[in-house]
Design a protein. Structure first.
Length: 379
């Protein structure tokens, strides 16, 4: 099968390496923005040279960003090409448009590398749900924030210093706010929850609180009480919709999530009968991401078509019935916080069980009054 590759950076180079070792996948054209003499005649600068090439069966998009990636993917699907992408932003933002376009044109749209990098997460989620009902999904879906939290637990280090290190190591997104404020996880959770629950949740409906304001003092306090803090994504089947949110979470030091080191991910689904399956691995990087993109191509070669689900119900995010205690550190406590406080922990307080909907709404407002405020759910 011939492949047209859109983008040839770090991940694109990894895809070329995998394909070079095979006889069944050939990268015959590569869309580039600047001259790449090493690609010879394979380099093209016009998307039409790929979508109009009848010998190309699969288009792999690894350019990143929303535009022109979205337009190029649409053009490829309309031209009857199967599409493989590692671009979570474009799949999350245009989920209904792209999945429908793939179905209408009778081609495959696969994005396994978009959620969990090299972890075979979406493919196993798809396999699980054909036999069992999924009750819950989530976990550690961002390597940069896990790297930061892991380092902050290991030794006293300031948040800005360790973020700089994550950027130098190439873990963080170009704009690291996408990692530390939760947007990157939210895109991955939107795609995963839509697949898991045959839903059509909008990315912007999922509330989140990031790790930007966590301090060394907070981490020492958590450790003193036997907890480890991780940025966790959660989505569950709920009455009248899907419960979905992203927040720093204090997990017991003995839980699997607490032991996830460096920039690794740990993503979990729970099936009604099968129980918990957790997937651990590298959520980003040249070969992990290229691995899943090429695996998607092999699945297409083996006859896989469509998306991971062909059912989509517009679905509301409902976090009103999900409740647990929270740790809150703020210089401006208000009546609401005082009314739910049950314990003092150093500079912060621990609350009674509060609904996730109420607490994440309050936290968003509180950040406007106290930009240094930090909030974490307690599991
Ligand atoms: N910046 C992301 C992470 C890359 O750290 O996990 C993969 O989405």
């Amino acid at each position: 099968m011939n492949i047209g590759l859109l983008g040839c950076g770090v991940v694109g180079g990894g895809i070329m390496d995998f394909c070079t070792e095979r006889t069944d996948l050939h990268v015959t054209k590569v869309l580039v923005r600047r001259e790449r003499p090493e690609l010879g005649e394979r380099a093209v600068t016009d998307i039409g040279a790929i979508t109009g090439d009848d010998d190309i069966g699969i288009v792999i998009e690894v350019m990143g960003g929303l535009h022109p990636a979205y337009e190029y993917i649409c053009q490829a699907l309309r031209s009857g090409k199967h599409v493989v992408t590692a671009n979570k932003a474009v799949i999350s933002a245009f989920y209904p448009e792209l999945t429908r376009l793939a179905a209408e044109n009778g081609v495959a749209l696969r994005c396994t590398a978009a959620v969990g990098g090299g972890i075979p997460w979406l493919t196993n989620l798809e396999r699980c749900k054909r036999l069992d009902a999924i009750c819950e999904i989530g976990g550690i879906m961002n390597g940069t924030t896990n790297f930061i939290m892991d380092a902050m637990h290991a030794a006293p280090v300031s948040f800005p210093a360790i973020l700089k290190q994550a950027q130098e190591l190439g873990y963080a997104e170009a704009d690291p706010s996408a990692d530390i404020d939760g947007d990157d996880v939210r895109r991955k959770l939107t795609i995963s929850a839509n697949v898991a629950f045959d839903a059509l949740i909008r990315e912007e409906d999922i509330p989140m609180f990031g790790i930007r304001t966590v301090t060394d003092g907070d981490i020492r306090t958590f450790q003193k009480h036997g907890f480890v803090c991780k940025l966790l994504a959660t989505a569950k089947a709920a009455e009248g919709g899907v419960c979905a949110y992203i927040e720093p979470t204090l997990v017991d030091g003995h839980e699997l999530e607490a032991a996830v080191p460096k920039n690794f991910n740990l993503i979990t689904y729970c099936g009604e009968k099968i129980g918990r399956h957790s997937f651990f691995g590298q959520g980003a990087g040249r070969y992990p991401t290229a691995f899943n993109a090429v695996e998607d191509c092999l699945d297409i070669l083996a006859g896989k078509s469509g998306f991971y689900t062909d059912v989509m119900q517009p679905t509301a995010v409902r976090n009103g019935d999900e409740a647990h205690p929270y740790y809150v550190r703020t210089a401006c406590p208000d009546e609401f916080l005082r009314s739910i406080t049950v314990e003092r922990w150093a500079e912060g307080v621990v609350t009674a069980c509060v609904s996730v909907e109420e607490m994440l709404r309050w936290s968003r407002e509180q950040l406007k009054k106290d930009p240094a405020c930090f909030v974490a759910g307690i599991r």
